[in-house]
Design a protein around this ligand. Structure first.
Ligand code: GDP
Length: 531
């Protein structure tokens, strides 16, 4: 092994690339901020916050986002902590929840599921968790806001199991909650971290038994000590044992308790997470799984952020580096187009101060300037040809028929439709068996409809009318003998996606279940990539 190779392997080994998944208000921003505080130099990719140098046209669709109070923040935050290099991928929530949020997970090696102790498992968490499950990436749970009264810890674990179908293994355990919150017991290290409020914490090391420690005895009353002993005993018998293999396979979630706003339990969580979470993993391609330490650079585009400058249709393509080393200015091959491209434009990597990085390696995310040549899922490589698997399309939640206002502008309309679909801004379906060939748009977040309409008008000069449909889910149909007529009950709508695959749009779960019960041999899957 040469030096370059072992240096590359060491760089990869120290990287952890993960996304935080949660429902709005669970404390993701707070937790992220605290995590960043532990880190050294911070690089933010895709941050557009500080870009005041250019004046945007008022027609910029980002205006919509501004008016709606949605922040276009960083897409990736990188920081160094101890011997690690951490990439946190942002998963947009609130109104800007979209298919991008799911796709971001495709670039992560693991996920941190953040749960509000008072609210438990909430809808957006469920959706994002399902997307993690499809990928079989490890999910780590952080139960937040223990400084407030919430659900009982055991009930929360039960909820994770019931609602998400995921077994859990608590690695620490809270002592009280709300006003009575006194700290956490670290099961792995058999130590207690006392919560003294105001960012103060004290770790009582595992010397002898913690029950005998004077500090602990002073801080906890007898009832609390007794309760903790009982609960620890219960967990030892009833809880799932720690099992790294199951964690790696996404079948068991390690659980941590804490309070992000008080920065309590966050560092303990980070330390253990870094030990347990996987470094950059191999990715599946048409040449088999590609090892991150392979010499040749390769990566795929998982997100395209458009209209940083609408006049030029500038876009930033976010690439997950899957193998090798990325260097500024390198020549690589655009796999789909079979063309050589130079990855040298100035907007390669957005930092807070718009620094440009010189190099990055497998596990990192880089934002490269896209003059309009990339589609979601495109592969870029150097050396041995390969192409990563196409990225899945996820089931949209909102649908609308789209019509063009002026027939004269059809050409522009179709061009815009095609490009926006390739960019992953909307999904496009064609209905059939309904007498007409309607074009149907599908989106995961409602705001995407407005963005679509706005961009089509301002970038392509085509005004469109959207007619909302009552359907709420799409299922791709799998099976030997598909009798399309039989799929048409309960107002379901039959369509083909842009790759020609059969999709059924349903109004609700009841309709889906009904059609499923009438067609027991068929499988209705939630993404177009599932077999
Ligand atoms: P996000 O929407 O998930 O990014 O959530 P934020 O980080 O913005 O937090 C939502 C609210 O919860 C804010 O008012 C935070 O101050 C609050 N919050 C976050 N963590 C904690 C915590 O540990 N305890 C309490 N009591 N509040 C918290």
């Amino acid at each position: 092994m040469n030096n370059g190779q072992s240096a590359l392997e060491a760089s990869i080994e120290k990287r952890r690339t993960f996304a935080i998944i949660s429902h709005p208000d669970a404390g993701k921003t707070t937790l992220t901020e605290k995590l960043l505080l532990f880190g050294g130099a911070i690089r933010l990719a895709g941050s557009v916050k500080g870009r005041k140098t250019k004046k945007y046209a008022t027609s910029d669709w980002m205006e919509i986002e501004k008016q709606r109070g949605i922040s276009v923040t960083s897409s990736v935050m990188q920081f160094a902590y101890k011997e690690h290099l951490i990439n946190i991928l942002d998963t947009p929530g609130h109104q800007d929840f979209s298919e991008d949020t799911y796709r971001t997970l495709l670039a992560a090696d693991s996920a941190v599921m953040l749960i509000d102790a008072a609210k438990g498992v909430e809808p957006q968490t469920i959706k994002l968790f399902e997307a993690c499950r499809l990928q079989q990436i490890p999910v780590f749970t952080f139960i937040n806001k223990l400084d407030r009264f919430g659900k009982e810890p055991l009930d929360l674990l039960e909820e994770i199991e019931q609602v998400l179908g995921m077994r859990s293994c608590p690695l620490n355990w809270p002592i009280g909650m709300g006003y009575d919150f006194r700290g956490i017991y670290d099961r792995r290290n058999n130590q207690i971290e006392l919560f003294k409020g105001d960012d103060e914490r004290e770790i009582i090391p595992a010397i002898g038994s913690w029950q005998e420690n004077t500090e602990v005895r002073e801080f906890l009353d007898n009832t609390q000590i007794k309760q903790l002993e009982e609960e620890i005993g219960l967990l030892d018998i009833a809880g799932d044992p720690f099992d790294q293999e199951k964690i790696d396979a996404g079948k068991l979630t390690p659980v941590f308790f804490g309070s992000a706003i008080n920065n309590f339990g966050v560092q303990t969580f980070l330390d253990q997470f870094l030990q347990l979470a996987p470094p950059p993993q191999p990715h599946k391609s048409n040449q088999g799984y590609i090892d991150p330490a392979e010499q040749g650079f390769s990566g795929f585009i998982f997100k395209i952020q458009a209209n940083m400058d609408p006049a030029h249709r500038d876009r930033i393509a976010f690439m997950r580096i899957c193998s090798g080393q990325f260097q500024r200015g390198m020549i690589a091959t655009h796999a789909r187009q079979g063309k050589k491209i130079k990855l040298s434009q100035p907007q390669q990597f957005f930092a807070q101060s718009r620094d440009i990085i010189e190099e990055a390696c497998a596990g990192d995310i880089v934002g490269i300037y896209d003059p309009g040549i990339f589609q979601i899922g495109d592969t870029v490589y150097e050396g041995k040809p390969l192409e990563y698997e196409e990225l899945p399309q996820f089931s949209p939640e909102y649908f609308a028929k789209v019509f063009i206002k002026e027939a004269m502008k059809q050409k522009r309309f179709y061009k815009g439709l095609k490009q926006l679909a390739e960019e992953g801004a909307v999904q496009v379906y064609k209905s059939f068996l309904n007498g007409s060939e309607d074009i149907i748009l599908g989106v995961v977040g409602e705001l995407q409809f407005e963005v679509f309409q706005f961009r089509l008008l301002h970038e392509y000069g085509a005004e469109v009318i959207l007619e909302r449909l009552p359907h709420r889910l799409a299922r791709w149909v799998r099976g030997e003998e598909i009798k399309t007529q039989e799929l048409k009950s309960m107002n379901s709508l039959l369509a083909k996606d842009r790759f020609g695959q059969l999709v059924v749009l349903f109004k609700n779960e009841t309709a889906l279940n009904w059609v499923q019960s009438k067609n027991p041999t068929l499988n209705f899957v939630t993404t177009n990539r599932e077999p």
